[in-house]
Design a protein around this ligand. Sequence first.
Ligand code: MTE
Length: 335
Amino acid sequence: MLIKSSNTGFIHPVSSDITPQAIYEQRREWLRVMAGGVAGAALAGWAGRDALAQASAAVARPGKLAALPGGRSNFPGAVTMEKLTDYKDASTYNNFYEFGTDKSDPARNAHTLKVSPWTVEVEGAVRKPGKYALEDLLKISAMEERIYRLRCVEGWSMVIPWVGYSLSELIKRVEPLGNARFVEFVPLAHPKTMPFVGSRVLDWPYVEGLRMDEAMNPLTLLAFGMYGEVLPNQNGAPVRLVVPWKYGFKSAKSLVKIRFTEKEPATAWNKAAAQEYGFYSNVNPNVDHPRWSQATERRIGEDGLFAKKRKTLMFNGYEAQVGQMYAGMDLKKNY
Ligand code: MTE
């Protein structure tokens, strides 16, 4: 994440790369307009969107991955109308240290990740532990499209249409016990297919964690896709977390284990540099990183010579949905 200078290696997209994204956005816009009209009730649902998607499938698909459509989420705050980040940027400017520390490494190296068969094991303080084959995990709840801002601790942000469902749907299914206070997320750490696992940058696997109420917050997404397709490997296929009010590193990729615990999980970045990366890591413009300010951010795709930095918002703009969980907490201490 922050071992090297982060601003090198970013390749600005050429216009031919942008076309599928532009079409995707047109389709969104069209749906938004229609949803507001008389036909809105029918078209706002997935049925209408699906018909339109089929009609324009040949051109609207951003890549060659399998389609993974999801109905637009109704949850307050789950869909920002900001301009989407170009698909090309979202899938070539990544942090996925198992595949290298450079932003361009994951897109180049993650093809070796074998995403099928895939299982996610649920264990620890739950009444119903078990192993879920990906196919079964996909069916636990209806897929939704959530358009989230993702703000990286390094000072850049993106706007990405994710596809998945609230992690709370899975949590309810496994029936946590009374002593389950935290949830630990464990990504795959397979040195044969992940060339940087074993490097000394981090203590592998890339463990992350949330407090139980954070994990149950409807905004916390178990994501299987983005831009209407399954996740590309470099974005955390086949299943990852997206926690939009926290710095991006909390959104662990390629999960194989979800563990319910009484004790706060020891997370990989906290173990690597405790003064810099706390357990909470809520986006907060008023609490600086020890080595830089967090007051502003650079939106990927807006980094021309005259592009202004944007002001970073408290809880990344999701204060109304999540602020209450931190009432009375000293956010400087609990960074
Ligand atoms: N998950 C794993 N397993 N390994 C990682 O290195 N990097 C994190 C997070 N999840 C990371 C990870 C960081 S620092 C960020 S900013 C986001 O993934 C980036 O997600 P994206 O590449 O899909 O934008």
